[in-house]
Design a protein around this ligand. Structure first.
Ligand code: ADA
Length: 558
């Protein structure tokens, strides 16, 4: 399944599955091995390719109707080149954002679809490089084939703002066409029993941006304990006849910042939860749906209400589940620990901007996402770094002024970007990397961050934690034991959770994840072992500790 609800009733679409041929390629394009695989699946889950880094060519025969087609790729890791009947039709960089390839005027019948995925590291890839999580290779998320008429809805964004009587709602949609057919196009949107007409559709080139506004009263709001969802359904008409549709699932909720408070629907929230990587056992980043659901059930059972998608945009199905099950989400652009030198990579700005745009355009409607994050632990302490931070904040504010922005910093006493975000977020590891007492260290950081801007801003501890090897317990209570991890987590949650001025704590991390050997050879088992469950979701003792500590913390503050 591609989403957790039906996105089109009119538009004909199907997910591409079945068995595909995969050929591994050397740097000159010679075939070095032949495999068969289902999709989505990373090639590390194919026997013989468990540690493969390189290029792979996927091929399959697909059938289309006679007319316009669009292929939607939810994720190719990390670079994808698409060939249709031998012709190069698309290129995309970044494993964690979707893209589409229009194929006008296809002949009815069978066609050859080939996808070359590449997960090699080089200067061409500014965001994927050897890191403290693994960049897997291949088709890591679903592929959808759509059969289209001359025009279709590319996106529909719904923004809800609370008013004194109910909700002010704004709809913005983008319509695309294949050719100037001389026909007239109109669109409506249906939501909560109302049908609203969009402005007239006037194309500039092949695209038209349209909008509409209305108000709602008596609708049920979205909050984690009452995650009420509605379908907003756009209908596109050609000369008065229904041509295309797009259904989006939305919630009535807004997010406001008031001094140090984060208000959702006017309530001051307290976030307690986890950082989570998309990584599961031998499946890597192609996490199966039932595991996404399982993860959220485990996270909920610890008393959490919050997930940070460290450090990249997540699979839409996971976000759908967060909407439905009632979690707050911090969704993050793709970046982890880029030094200034890495930020000076000639591809960095463009690849980052593409990633942020694809994240916001595709994930705009998720009520669970209450903030966007950028540039985890990057060079926020240098002039050039600050220029990059500003670019990204400006871009996000233009794309979506409705959500607050943040960035997790580790430049604790030298960050020069803290006047830019709406929410201050710090990653801290007292008792693990540092011997400092939790409260002492926190207070010193808070004093520094407060001195970096006028007035008050909400403050989140976006990472804190300790490592433990699953099953390793010892009377010595030494590092890497499960008992030591429990001791540190209990201290962190208790000391930080009791402070009224803190708006959230996210444990690093939910589950252990694989890391790249190239730079993190010092990590036992080549994993980041700070999970409260292991890579296969077996609970460490800390699962119970976090459950005990989180259950004492209320999800709302006065
Ligand atoms: C950082 C980083 C994480 C992870 C963590 C750790 O804060 O943001 O991705 O690497 O440290 O485990 O050290």
């Amino acid at each position: 399944m591609v989403r957790m609800f039906t996105v089109h009733e009119k538009r004909k679409q199907r997910e591409l599955g079945g068995l595909w041929k995969l050929e591994t390629l050397d740097d000159f394009g010679n075939v070095t091995g032949v495999y068969s695989t289902v999709i989505p699946a990373v090639w590390e889950s194919i026997h013989g390719l468990e540690g493969y880094r390189g290029r792979g060519k996927y091929s399959a025969k697909i059938t289309t109707h006679n007319g316009n087609v669009r292929l939607v790729f939810k994720g190719i890791s990390h670079t994808g080149d698409i060939y249709f009947d031998g012709k190069h039709v698309g290129h995309h960089y970044n494993a964690y954002t979707p893209f589409s390839v229009p194929l006008p005027d296809c002949a009815a019948g069978e066609h050859l679809l080939e996808i070359i995925a590449d997960n090699r590291y080089s200067e061409a890839s500014a965001l994927h490089f050897p890191n403290d999580y693994r960049t897997y290779g291949g088709i890591n998320r679903p592929i959808v084939l759509e059969e289209l008429g001359n025009a279709y809805a590319e996106y529909l964004h719904v923004k809800n703002t609370r008013s004194s009587t109910g909700w002010d709602t704004e709809f913005v949609a983008k319509i695309r066409r294949f050719e100037d057919s001389g026909k007239t196009y109109t669109a409506t949107v249906e939501l909560a029993g109302k049908t609203v007409e969009f402005d007239a559709i006037s194309f500039e080139g092949d695209a038209a941006l349209i909008s509409a506004k209305t108000t709602f009263e008596g609708v049920d709001e979205w909050l984690p304990e009452t995650p009420n969802l509605y379908i907003a359904e756009l209908k596109l008409f050609e000369d008065g006849v229904l041509l295309d549709d797009l259904r989006e699932r939305i919630g009535f909720r807004d997010v406001k910042i008031d001094g140090e408070k984060i208000l959702v629907n006017g309530k001051r929230i307290f976030l307690k939860g986890f950082n989570r990587h998309e990584d599961y056992g031998s499946m890597g980043s192609a996490v199966p749906e039932n595991i996404m659901n399982y993860d959220l059930d485990i996270i909920a059972a610890t008393g959490s209400n919050f997930v940070r998608t460290s450090h990249y945009p997540n699979d839409e199905r996971f976000l759908d589940l967060c909407d439905e099950k009632g979690f707050f989400v911090w969704e993050e652009g793709h970046a982890r620990s880029l030094s200034e030198t890495r930020m000076q990579n000639p591809n960095f700005k463009k690849q980052s901007a593409d990633c942020l745009e694809e994240m916001v355009l595709n994930h705009y409607n998720h009520p669970s996402i209450i903030m966007w994050g950028i540039l985890n632990e990057c060079a926020s302490h240098t002039e050039y770094g600050a220029e990059c931070y500003k670019l990204q904040y400006d871009q996000l504010r233009a794309l979506d002024p409705s959500r607050p922005l943040t960035s997790a910093t580790c430049r604790h006493f030298e960050d020069i970007c803290l006047d830019m975000p709406d929410i201050i977020s710090v990653n801290i590891y007292p008792q693990w990397y540092l011997n400092d007492e939790v409260v002492d260290y926190y207070q010193r950081i808070k004093e520094y961050t407060d001195s970096c801007f006028e007035g008050k801003k909400p403050f989140i501890v976006s990472e804190c934690g300790a490592g433990a090897i699953y099953g390793y317990r010892s009377f010595t209570n030494s590092k890497w034991t499960e008992n030591k991890q429990c001791e540190i987590l209990e201290r962190l949650i208790t000391d930080l959770g009791s402070r009224d001025e803190i708006s959230g704590i996210a444990i690093w991390q939910y589950s252990d994840c694989r890391v790249d050997e190239e730079t993190f050879a010092t990590r036992p088992k080549t994993q980041n072992n700070k999970g409260i469950v292991d890579l296969y979701r077996n609970p460490k003792m800390s699962y119970y500790t976090v459950q005990k500590c989180f259950s004492k913390l209320k999800p709302y503050k006065e």
